[in-house]
Design a protein around this ligand. Structure first.
Ligand code: SF4
Length: 431
């Protein structure tokens, strides 16, 4: 029986970043791909966020998925298995964005989504011949998708289930990899299939791993009504459009939505317009957040610093806004021009790219381009300031007293972040 090892690769540096942000959510690419493996294969999965690779394992094929900052680490893994003459297959976001580089480090690469081609490759491998490159030429229809293999979920996070309902996003924000990877083809799974997978999880807390659950409002409302009877709690990413529609929010709340990760990105309208995200109207942010809170849903704001229109004033302005609006959680990122995106091409053509060392494309510790209206050090210091201020006790008190939405878990989570930042500050000082 042929044996297949799937690896969700994550470098040590990225594991540290994720741990410091409690970002250990189960990744679902490999459990979904495993469900598509033809009969007769023995499949195992190593998720490096949760376990180590057994280098002596006897397998016929190793498949690795990874994001840009873990690229060199994934190539090292590939190299070690290839030394043993094991066929190594690479796929995932970085391979799709930079296929030429990945192809030098693998026997087989997958460009784009793997559905259909993956099964074809495994059958060809069994027959003794296969191609070096499998490239998706059209966006796969997301119907009759087998449920992800739960026995290959390994992360011990606080969720009991992770799935997806939609893939892609119809928007074209300049910095976003999603728009590039899925060629702006937004697709939906049939509601009935999503609801069945949602119901199949035993526990209460579910994450929809969608890029933008509010991309099709009609579909989203239909989905929320279908999952309401299961009385679970869920969270997902959404664009600002989610907060403009009371009917969407009511249906979401009734179906168990406890938090939306909202792509606010910036409190500077100029920055939003410059990033081709002018549909984010900064002047309505307060109203949007208030409306989401009024449905009992907490907000996790996605914030990016370093747009070309950002000056060093942006950090204070952002924190003032988050505190006044009573935003419960936030994820701060340093703008990163990921390869393949329009932002990367523009920054490169302007001669402002500082490095192509993918390890530094982590959006947290490094700045990989020359910002326009501030220095690299100002951007790094501002990022640090934002995190420290957001998770200070006074900011936690201000923000959470403004909105009681989901206080029972947003308060402990904020306090956990507070102590995490205090510890990391202390260790920085002593090192
Ligand atoms: S709305 Fe979000 S997911 Fe869609 S293109 Fe913009 S940043 Fe990407």
């Amino acid at each position: 029986m042929p044996k297949l090892l799937l690896i969700t690769a994550s470098s040590r540096e990225i594991r540290n970043v994720r741990k410091s942000r409690f970002l250990g959510f189960q990744q679902i690419t490999m459990p979904y791909l495993a469900a598509r493996v033809p009969d007769g294969w023995e499949v195992s999965h190593v998720d490096e966020e949760a376990e180590k690779i057994n280098w002596d394992i006897e397998v016929d094929v190793v498949g690795i998925t990874f994001h840009t900052p873990s690229a060199y680490h994934a190539y090292e893994i590939a190299g070690r298995f290839r030394l043993r003459e094991i066929c190594v297959v690479l796929g995932g976001p970085h391979v799709t964005l930079v296929p030429e580089e990945a192809s030098q480090n693998a026997d087989v690469i997958f460009i784009g989504e793997a559905e259909g081609l993956w099964e074809e490759f495994l059958k060809s491998f069994e027959a003794g011949s296969y191609q070096h490159v499998y490239q998706q030429t059209s966006a796969p229809i997301l119907e009759n998708i087998p449920m992800a293999r739960k026995d290959l979920f390994h992360r011990h996070d606080h969720t009991s289930g992770v799935l997806f309902a939609t893939r892609g996003c119809p928007h074209e924000c300049e910095f976003c990899t999603i728009a590039v990877m899925y060629c702006r083809k937004f697709r939906k799974r049939p509601v009935v299939e999503v609801a069945a997978e949602y119901a199949s999880f035993k526990g209460k807390v579910i994450i929809f791993w969608d890029d933008n659950i509010s991309a099709d409002m009609k579909y989203a409302k239909e989905l929320f009504r279908a999952i309401t009877p299961y009385r679970k709690w869920w969270s997902s990413q959404a664009s600002i459009h989610a907060g403009r529609d009371d009917e969407f929010l009511k249906a979401a709340s009734e179906s168990g939505c406890k938090q939306l990760f909202l792509g606010l990105e910036s409190v500077s309208q100029q920055s939003m317009t410059g990033a081709n995200k002018g549909f984010n109207h900064v002047e309505e942010y307060f109203q949007i957040i208030e409306r989401i809170h009024s449905h009992g849903i907490a907000v996790q704001a996605g914030i990016v610093f370093g747009f070309d229109q950002d000056t060093s004033q942006i950090f204070e302005d952002t924190l003032d806004f988050l505190e006044q609006a009573g935003v419960q959680n936030a994820t701060f990122n340093i703008l990163t021009p990921f390869p393949g995106t329009p932002l990367y091409r523009r920054i490169e053509s302007e001669g402002r790219l500082l490095t192509c060392d993918w390890r530094k494309y982590n959006s947290r510790h490094d700045v990989v381009y020359q910002p326009k209206l501030m220095s690299v050090n100002e951007l790094l210091a501002g990022f640090q300031y934002a995190n420290e201020r957001f998770y200070s006790l006074s900011s936690i008190a201000k923000r959470l007293s403004r909105s009681p939405a989901q206080l029972w878990w947003t308060l402990p989570l904020n306090l956990a972040y507070h102590y995490r930042w205090m510890l990391s500050k202390r260790s920085q000082k002593s090192s």
